[in-house]
Design a protein around this ligand. Structure first.
Ligand code: GDP
Length: 202
């Protein structure tokens, strides 16, 4: 997919505030510092579209970007709100959950995982939550340049072994590196394919 245009539309703190449009939405979510802003910038080719956070755990909103005038890239707040008071944390989690469960145009949620880390309970539980609620999602292993190809393969294998204990099959999986600029075409190709499938129902 060629990105011809990418523009920031709005930041919302509830589903109610999100754009009401029939256009498909592709969400990006993960723990703070996983590389979400960097990936959004790599995908869109706009280096400052999503600000690269210098403050892990800071509060964030649901951010909509319109791509090629035809689909939304949605930057969702990372889980791990270390610096947010508990009461506010509940509010943000509520808004994200509300968005994920009720946004009918959400075509796929990309769950970002740091490829250097062992499977983390919060990520596994989050994906179980998506599965239970039949929310389409894909895994994106980030920062792959930080591992040798052997170690990367091993790390993903460990992840798969953990997930296959409870999943019948593994989700669609991508491996990206912002430093090496790898994985971009694969993720964008998948988005394009998903949009095409939506416009031509079987
Ligand atoms: P966010 O909090 O999930 O939005 O994460 P950021 O995009 O702000 O990235 C967190 C840190 O990881 C920053 O210092 C980035 O430069 C770094 N980072 C992100 N992606 C990559 C990557 O693919 N490779 C490497 N080596 N560093 C990355």
């Amino acid at each position: 997919m060629i990105i011809r245009s990418a523009s920031y539309i709005c930041s919302s703190t509830s589903l109610q505030q999100c754009p009401k449009s029939e256009k498909p939405e592709f969400g990006f979510i993960g723990r703070s510092n996983v590389g979400k802003s960097s990936l959004i910038n790599l995908l869109t080719g706009y280096s400052r579209l999503a600000k690269i956070s210098g403050n892990p755990g800071k509060t964030k909103t649901i951010n909509h970007f319109l791509i090629n005038g035809s689909w939304y890239l949605v930057d969702l707040p990372g889980y791990g709100f270390a610096k947010v008071p508990l009461s506010m944390r509940d509010k943000w989690i509520g808004a994200v959950e509300e968005y994920i469960l009720n946004k009918e145009t959400l075509a796929c949620l990309f769950v970002l995982l740091d490829s250097r880390h062992q499977p983390q309970k919060s990520d596994l539980l989050f994906m179980e939550f998506l599965g239970r609620n039949q929310i389409p999602f894909a895994r994106v292993f980030t920062k792959s340049d930080k591992l040798s190809s052997d170690k990367l393969e091993k790390s993903i294998h460990i992840y798969n072994k953990e997930m296959i204990k409870i999943w019948e099959s593994l989700p669609e999986t991508f491996v990206v590196s912002v430093v090496n600029k790898t994985g971009r075409e694969e993720v964008l190709g998948f988005i394009e394919e998903t949009i095409n499938k939506l416009s031509k129902p079987a």
